[in-house]
Design a protein around this ligand. Sequence first.
Ligand SMILES: N[C@@H](CCC(=O)N[C@@H](CS)C(=O)NCC(=O)O)C(=O)O
Length: 192
Amino acid sequence: MTRYERTKDLQAPPELKKVHPLGKSPVITDDDHTIAETGAIVEYILAKHGDGRLMPPKGSEDYWQARHFLHYAEGSAMPPLFLMLVLQMIPDRAPFFAKPILKTAMEKVDEMLVKPQMALHLDHWERSIEKTGWFAGPEISVADIMMSFPVEAAATRFGYEYHPRLRDFLQRIHTRPAYRQGLKRGGPYAYA
Ligand SMILES: N[C@@H](CCC(=O)N[C@@H](CS)C(=O)NCC(=O)O)C(=O)O
C-alpha cells in the first residue's frame, strides 16, 4: 500500500498521475489491472475475493438496493457534500477585501442548493436503514461500505441529532475490526 499526501492546495500529488491519468485517490493496481473510482474498485475486490460475501442474493430486492447505493454513494450523495466544501473554500482563499461579500454570497448558495439537497439525502439514508440498521438487507453489504464515506462526510457538517440511526450506523462501522485494521494500515484521516 502506498499513501499519497495531498498538496497544500488539497490536490492529489503529481506522482498519482503516474499510477492513473486522473491522478485521483483511491486507485488500486493488482496484477495487470489499474482501477480508479471507488465503486469500480469495490466491485473488483468483490469479484475477486468476495466469495458471495457483502452482496445480497442476486436478483433479490436487497440486491438491487445494494446496487443502487453502490452507484449512488459517489454519483449522487458526494456531489453536494463536495460543493459544500468548495463553497467554504472560496471566501477562505479570496483576497481579504473580497472575503465578506464572497462569504455572504456562498452562504446564500449553500442555503439554496446544498442544504435542501442534503435534507433529502439524509432522510433517504435514515429511512433506508430503518429496518435493519444496514443499507441493503439484514447484514452489512457493499452498500454500507460505499455509504460509510458520505455518511461520515455529512456528519462533520450536520451531525446526527435528528438522524439517530445514521449516528448508530457510523458507530457500528467505526468499531468493525476490518475498519480499524484499515485505519491502522492507511493511517488516520479527517474528511475536512
Ligand atoms: N468519484 C471518485 C472521486 C475521486 C476523488 O475525487 N478523490 C479525491 C480524494 S477523496 C482526490 O483524489 N482529490 C484530489 C484531487 O482531485 O486532486 C471516486 O469515488 O474514486
